[in-house]
Design a protein around this ligand. Structure first.
Ligand SMILES: *[C@@H]1O[C@H](CO)[C@@H](O)[C@H](O)[C@H]1NC(C)=O
Ligand SMILES: *[C@@H]1O[C@H](CO)[C@@H](O)[C@H](O)[C@H]1NC(C)=O
Ligand SMILES: *[C@@H]1O[C@H](CO)[C@@H](O)[C@H](O)[C@H]1NC(C)=O
Length: 228
């Protein structure tokens, strides 16, 4: 199959539309004076298990998110339902390794325009008031109509976030300070062959539908967006 294209045109269009939306919606609170000014920044290191509903296809994933701003790295360990287990290791130098392990191991190296999400990536979000999700009372925010973010009123912990395409991530655990051991971050040797390093090349057979699994376009947008 063809390598994942980097949709420069799409990103450009997205940025232009973000700009338009930002200008069209000045940062205001719809909920009066007791509205919090911005979402609680993420702790510099945490582990979270996310229940992910891709919605557009009805497919589900468990995402083990290991956020490690301190060491300039972020890992999404994506388990699709009865399917592949995909490592998405992102480094703050903008290189990402997407790989599977086992018999038909695959790897793809991607270079992103930006690095790991900053802890305060939600600064400047628009407050939409209180909302309940999963039986938890939350503050709800949106940022440039790209992401909707719920944080628990009582603790400031993230509870859920949704992307513009309907994909929703539900926070099941949130362990502040948890750090994944170094060996788990190491991309396997088959990520360092010439073909894997060459642009967005692939080696072996990247299983069909893997873009959907990692939702790479959303994620690319997400990360591009986070640098604004
Ligand atoms: C996934 O989201 C869609 C749209 O909100 C919903 O109809 C569906 O029930 C959800 N599936 C699961 C298993 O949560
Ligand atoms: C970024 O960092 C990772 C981990 O140290 C490394 O494997 C990768 O080669 C680096 N990429 C670049 C472009 O330096
Ligand atoms: C690996 O690929 C071979 C050949 O396509 C296939 O027969 C085998 O079932 C695959 N193994 C796994 C674990 O998917």
């Amino acid at each position: 199959m063809a390598p994942i294209p980097i949709p420069t045109a799409i990103v450009t269009i997205l940025l232009l539309s973000i700009l338009a939306v930002t200008i069209g919606n000045p940062i205001t609170s719809s909920d009066g004076s007791d509205a919090p000014t911005s979402p609680t920044p993420w702790p510099h290191q945490f582990h979270s298990q996310l229940y992910v509903n891709l919605t557009s296809t009805g497919k589900l994933q468990i995402d083990d998110l290991w956020y490690d701003w301190t060491r300039g790295r972020n890992l999404n360990l994506l388990q699709s339902q009865l399917g592949d287990r995909l490592y998405d290791v992102e480094w703050d130098n903008k290189t990402s390794f997407l790989f599977t392990k086992g018999e038909n191991a695959t790897c793809r190296t991607l270079v992103f325009p930006v690095g790991v999400l900053r802890p305060n990536w939600l600064d400047g979000a628009t407050y939409l008031g209180r909302a309940w999700t999963g039986g938890i009372e939350c503050h709800l925010w949106t940022k440039v109509e790209f992401v909707w973010y719920y944080e628990e009123v009582a603790t400031g912990r993230p509870v859920r976030w949704d992307f513009f395409n309907g994909m929703s991530m539900h926070v099941m655990t949130f362990e502040v300070g948890a750090v994944l051991e170094d060996s788990e971050w190491q991309a396997p040797e088959y990520c360092f062959t010439e073909s894997a390093k060459n642009g967005n090349a692939e080696i072996h057979n990247m299983p069909k539908g893997i873009e959907e699994t990692v939702n790479i376009f959303d994620y690319l947008h997400f990360r591009k967006f986070s640098s604004i």
